[in-house]
Design a protein around this ligand. Structure first.
Ligand SMILES: *[C@@H]1O[C@H](CO)[C@@H](O)[C@H](O)[C@H]1NC(C)=O
Ligand SMILES: *[C@@H]1O[C@H](CO)[C@@H](O)[C@H](O)[C@H]1NC(C)=O
Ligand SMILES: *[C@@H]1O[C@H](CO)[C@@H](O)[C@H](O)[C@H]1NC(C)=O
Ligand SMILES: *[C@@H]1O[C@H](CO)[C@@H](O)[C@H](O)[C@H]1NC(C)=O
Ligand SMILES: *[C@@H]1O[C@H](CO)[C@@H](O)[C@H](O)[C@H]1NC(C)=O
Ligand SMILES: *[C@@H]1O[C@H](CO)[C@@H](O)[C@H](O)[C@H]1NC(C)=O
Ligand SMILES: *[C@@H]1O[C@H](CO)[C@@H](O)[C@H](O)[C@H]1NC(C)=O
Ligand SMILES: *[C@@H]1O[C@H](CO)[C@@H](O)[C@H](O)[C@H]1NC(C)=O
Ligand SMILES: *[C@@H]1O[C@H](CO)[C@@H](O)[C@H](O)[C@H]1NC(C)=O
Ligand SMILES: *[C@@H]1O[C@H](CO)[C@@H](O)[C@H](O)[C@H]1NC(C)=O
Ligand SMILES: *[C@@H]1O[C@H](CO)[C@@H](O)[C@H](O)[C@H]1NC(C)=O
Ligand SMILES: *[C@@H]1O[C@H](CO)[C@@H](O)[C@H](O)[C@H]1NC(C)=O
Length: 415
């Protein structure tokens, strides 16, 4: 009787319990020390432990070789140490990996399925030398034509990847920005700091740039930088951004989009919630190029749409443009008037955007300027005061389909 019950119980557990996970091989990455290049060792360990494994990066690694860690499957990456790229411009510019979009390149391309990176460690882009060189040469430093001399790579790119979680990682001194071309990627508890210690400004130190990716979440993170905090580049869909503190940035930005006349850019289903935006150029921003008569234009004329983007509980403090739509971005006003943007903007919602502007734009705290008609734009709970003065806030609108669902009084732009 007793034995039969035991048998039954153990049968039930094996029938209902999850299948036993494959045993995870643990692979620790040694560091050579003495400033020697650990890149080849890191690449080798990722190659030999690319499936059902746990890779431990718990040392201080000096990296002078492109990290190309691909075809991973079910890999845990414990980064509790530091990965620091060498400040060797001559070496990195030609060897960093080229990523078509805006000729960007990267120090580390992380690719595969079911990847979990965590551990409290640091990725250090060693940006100072890149910012100083940019400051002194004026070379904008994208790849392509100038790749062999000055490429300013991205510290970590999750690319061609699915089902990825990156959490509890610090990223400092980015010489450029992050890009992603992936599906189902979550970042949480990320601390990004791009601070220059010389008189050179940091440049293109974006927190996240999302590109050709679906289902991306960025949450519970803190960013100190001098470019977009999070930006949604062409074909960013089903995105959640939540619980962020952005200091010194250019805002949470859709775009820029529509730059290339031959391309279609889509940004749809974006939810941005609970963001504190401090000392920034913009708060909630959408930037789209105007139209262009040249079918091969690379300065506007692209088509596509921005649709269903919601900014909720967005708090601004010392922000130049708390709410901004510009559908003539980087486009000559006369050209834009004659050739309105072919990239439509609709279904955009601002819920509880509050705080104080910087006063940089005078009394203007909201600036919604479309070149084509923007439809279904709504705002509720807007409460933004003008920083540094007692001026009454003003709200500028142009080519907004209907203004009746905005909770402020629109005025036309003063040309
Ligand atoms: C990328 O590089 C190519 C070749 O040098 C150049 O023609 C193009 O303008 C560059 N694009 C960007 C966005 O910098
Ligand atoms: C990423 O995927 C694209 C398209 O499939 C491919 O062309 C590209 O080579 C891949 N990149 C890398 C670094 O594997
Ligand atoms: C997304 O990725 C997470 C983490 O790897 C996974 O748990 C989840 O099932 C994935 N979602 C979908 C829809 O594939
Ligand atoms: C950056 O450029 C400015 C203007 O050209 C110059 O005055 C300054 O010294 C430069 N900073 C550094 C660290 O080289
Ligand atoms: C909003 O974000 C802050 C961090 O920026 C966090 O402390 C707070 O708990 C979040 N609020 C909600 C309701 O999630
Ligand atoms: C924002 O960054 C500046 C340094 O650039 C710092 O002095 C300030 O304390 C930061 N503010 C917050 C709220 O973190
Ligand atoms: C964006 O997606 C659309 C629809 O799938 C596609 O036609 C277009 O080429 C994509 N654009 C980019 C820049 O990837
Ligand atoms: C709008 O986007 C949200 C995600 O941000 C999604 O849940 C919702 O279904 C979308 N609504 C429409 C009408 O597409
Ligand atoms: C946006 O969300 C809606 C509702 O979930 C979905 O039908 C639509 O396909 C999504 N759009 C894109 C471009 O993913
Ligand atoms: C656009 O590019 C195509 C292919 O390169 C070329 O045949 C055409 O003449 C160009 N059109 C204009 C207006 O430049
Ligand atoms: C917007 O703010 C109002 C007033 O503080 C509050 O009642 C409401 O719950 C907020 N809405 C959202 C979606 O957070
Ligand atoms: C705003 O008004 C208050 C009271 O009228 C006054 O004390 C204060 O100096 C004014 N501030 C500015 C920046 O004008």
């Amino acid at each position: 009787m007793y034995a039969a019950w035991l048998l039954l119980a153990s049968f039930a557990v094996s029938a209902l319990g999850k299948p036993k996970p494959p045993t995870r091989k643990t692979c620790s990455v040694p560091a050579i020390g003495g400033g020697e290049d650990d890149g080849p060792t890191i690449n080798k360990v990722f190659k030999t432990c690319s499936t059902h494994s746990r890779i431990v990066l718990d040392k201080y690694y000096v990296v002078d070789t492109l990290l190309l860690t691909k075809d991973l499957n079910d890999v845990e990456i414990e980064l509790s140490g530091t990965v620091q790229y060498t400040p060797d411009i001559a070496k990195w510019s030609p060897q960093s990996l080229f990523l078509t979009y805006q000729n960007a390149t990267t120090f580390w391309f992380l690719s595969g399925n079911n990847i979990h990176m965590f551990g409290g460690g640091t990725i250090d882009g060693n940006g100072q030398v890149w910012w100083d060189t940019l400051n002194n040469t004026g070379n904008s430093g994208t790849a392509g034509g100038s790749s062999t001399t000055f490429a300013r790579p991205i510290p970590l790119t999750v690319g061609n990847a699915t089902n990825v979680v990156v959490e509890n990682i610090r990223e400092i001194g980015s010489p450029f920005w992050f890009v992603y071309q992936s599906n189902n990627v979550t970042y949480k508890n990320i601390n990004i700091r791009a601070v220059s210690f010389s008189s050179s400004p940091t440049a293109n130190s974006d927190g996240w740039d999302i590109y050709r990716s679906n289902q991306v979440t960025v949450r519970d993170s803190v960013v100190l930088n001098n470019d977009d905090c999070v930006s949604f580049k062409p074909n960013s869909t089903n995105i959640i951004v939540a619980n962020m503190i952005c200091n010194g940035s250019h805002g949470i930005s859709v775009g820029s989009l529509g730059q290339y006349a031959m391309e279609t850019d889509i940004v749809a289903n974006v939810s941005v919630t609970n963001v504190t935006m401090i000392n920034a150029q913009n708060g909630a921003r959408i930037k789209v190029f105007g139209g262009n008569p040249n079918p091969n234009s690379t300065v506007g004329g692209g088509s596509g749409y921005v649709k269903n983007v919601t900014f909720t509980d967005f708090f601004v403090q010392n922000v130049d443009n708390p709410i901004l739509i510009n559908q003539c971005y980087s486009t000559n006003a006369a050209v834009c008037a004659q050739f309105p943007s072919k990239l439509t903007i609709s279904d955009i919602h601002y819920i509880n955007v509050t705080g104080t502007s910087s006063g940089h734009e005078g009394s203007v705290v909201v600036d919604l300027e479309c070149s084509d008609i923007c439809e279904d734009i709504t705002a509720t709970g807007t409460n933004i005061s003008v920083g540094g003065s007692n001026k009454t806030a003003t709200y500028v609108c142009k080519n907004i389909g209907t203004t009746s669902e905005l909770d402020f009084e629109c005025v036309a732009p003063s040309t």
